[in-house]
Design a binder for this molecule. Structure first.
Ligand SMILES: Cc1cc2nc3c(=O)[nH]c(=O)nc-3n(C[C@H](O)[C@H](O)[C@H](O)COP(=O)(O)OP(=O)(O)OC[C@H]3O[C@@H](n4cnc5c(N)ncnc54)[C@H](O)[C@@H]3O)c2cc1C
Length: 466
């Protein structure tokens, strides 16, 4: 238990890193607290990752699942939103350094909440990313949208049957919830939405393969995983289990089966939905605090989500490791709120709770329209009931009334009808990431004339610190 650090003459400064589930819910929980909150995010939006696959497959627009963080917090007077990628945290000096387009800013803090989440892991094969994008950001989803719809376009023009087969083969790597949802949606896109849109090809003949090295679809769902597997087969998804990807290139991928046999699948579109790697900030904090960091980059936190010897630093969400808690939105939301409550208690001079207790509200995954699986405590649902539950829960957590209304409209278009309202793709979306990577990290800064600031205060009112 600790007491508050009260800077003389000003309110405690709370810096939050990340505008995802952990960071945003922590900031909102501090709404009425006598603190100045600075929320630093690498993007200008709060991303609802569970629906990224619907952006990738043309059901929803990116704005519906990624409202501006600034807009969400506009009526929270004690909160300031800052765009920037945090590149350094100094636990002794109590500063956080962020950079955007060449401008570097140093933020001082009294309390810090780090909720920088996780990125994609290619298990040491980062070269796969060029050919098999992951699904972690709006950029990823739009790139995949371009690649998926683009493959059908190119197939319409191709004349060699083998080339057409390659273009109409879609491989999703990873049979967790994201992979299952993605594979199911590509199958529905091909069989329902695009059915009559082409003249030379038959989109319903597209091959959608979901593969995983594990022996089961949705392993944590137990028996429901088998039901999901059956439903996937019914909508035409080929599920290949015990299949480990050993190589990926522009034309396809190489897979090693459980019996050691290697084979090649020719596929133009590959999607990586396997493995996560926590933000590198985990290692940075581990090096300074002595907290252990696991192979996935997650930092071990104390039972109260703080770092050893640093009760003023909380780490929450996907980048922390505690009692094998899963990397899901509820762990991040509840962790963010717990950290905010601890800060409020300390400031009020009251004891903080010694342990974070996670309340598991269950997990769900959709397979296709009208089909989902839901595992809620002792209750297990599959099929239509699970799908309705899935719709309601996801709608509840989408931020903003406007987004909820338009999401429902787009769901009506896609699930009751056959259409998809968001099929627009651009060349930039498909090639932008690769082009920027080739241009190098100095390119963006060189276009903006970015500058460096000596020191900028963390104060919602813009007040300067000494
Ligand atoms: C495709 C997909 C589907 C999912 N589906 C589900 C689901 O159905 N149900 C479920 O419960 N969970 C799901 N999850 C997991 C869930 O989204 C995460 O567990 C949750 O987002 C974790 O919250 P977080 O705050 O830790 O991280 P995030 O929500 O990832 O937020 C991290 C934030 O930190 C920012 N950031 C990162 N690095 C820096 C930096 N250096 N400087 C500044 N800002 C930084 C990011 O831009 C982001 O705003 C899914 C995840 C994905 C990717």
């Amino acid at each position: 238990m600790t007491t508050a650090t009260q800077p003389t003459g000003q309110r405690p400064r709370v810096v939050i890193v990340g505008s995802g589930f952990g960071g945003l819910f922590a900031a909102q929980r501090l709404k009425r607290a006598p603190v100045d909150v600075t929320l630093i995010g690498k993007t200008t939006h709060h991303l609802f990752q569970p629906l990224l696959y619907q952006v990738a497959t043309g059901i929803l627009s990116e704005g519906e699942i990624a409202p501006a963080t600034r807009e969400i917090l506009k009526s929270q007077d004690n909160a300031r939103v800052v765009l920037g990628e945090v590149t350094a945290i100094d636990l002794n000096a109590r500063t956080v350094t962020s950079t955007v387009l060449g401008r570097t800013t140093v933020h001082e803090y009294d309390e810090l909440i780090v909720a920088a989440g996780a990125g994609q892991s290619y298990f040491g094969n980062d070269q796969f990313a060029e050919f098999a994008p992951g699904m972690k950001s709006i950029d990823d989803a739009l790139e995949l949208r371009g690649r998926i719809f683009g493959a059908f376009e190119l197939a319409e023009l191709a004349t060699d049957p083998r080339e057409i087969d390659r273009l109409l083969t879609f491989v999703v790597v990873g049979a967790g919830p994201t992979g299952v949802e993605m594979a199911g949606q590509i199958a529905e896109l091909a069989r329902r939405t695009l059915r009559k849109d082409f003249r030379e090809i038959d989109p319903t003949s597209a091959r959608v393969i979901l593969l995983d090295a594990a022996p089961q679809v949705l392993p944590p769902f137990g028996e429901l995983g088998h039901k999901a597997h059956k439903q996937l087969n019914e909508i035409g998804v080929e599920v290949q289990l015990g299949a480990m990807v050993t190589d990926v290139d522009a034309d396809g991928l190489v897979v090693k089966d459980a019996d050691g046999h290697e084979r090649r699948i020719n596929a133009a579109t590959k999607i990586w939905a396997a493995g996560v790697q926590a933000s590198p900030l985990g290692k940075l904090l581990g090096d300074q605090s002595g907290a252990a960091v696991d192979r996935a980059g997650r930092i071990s936190v104390q039972p109260d989500l703080t770092l050893p010897g640093h009760p003023e630093v909380h780490v929450v969400g996907d980048m922390m490791s505690l009692n094998r808690l899963p990397g899901v939105a509820q762990v991040a939301i509840q962790g963010g709120r717990f950290a905010a409550d601890a800060i409020k208690q300390r400031i009020a001079g009251r004891p903080t709770k010694p342990e974070f207790h996670y309340f598991d509200k269950g997990s769900m995954a959709t397979i296709s329209r009208f089909h989902a699986v839901a595992d809620i405590g002792k209750l297990k649902f599959s099929g239509f009931i699970a799908w309705v539950l899935w719709l309601v829960v996801h709608l509840m957590y989408i931020v903003g009334f406007k987004s909820r209304i338009t999401t429902v409209l787009h769901w009506v278009v896609s699930f009751l009808g056959r259409g998809r309202s968001q099929r627009t793709t651009t060349q930039q979306q498909v090639y932008g990431r690769l082009a920027l990577e080739q241009l190098g990290s100095h390119f963006e800064a060189s276009k903006t004339g970015g500058q460096q600031d000596e020191r900028v205060p963390v104060d919602a009112t813009g007040r300067e610190s000494a």
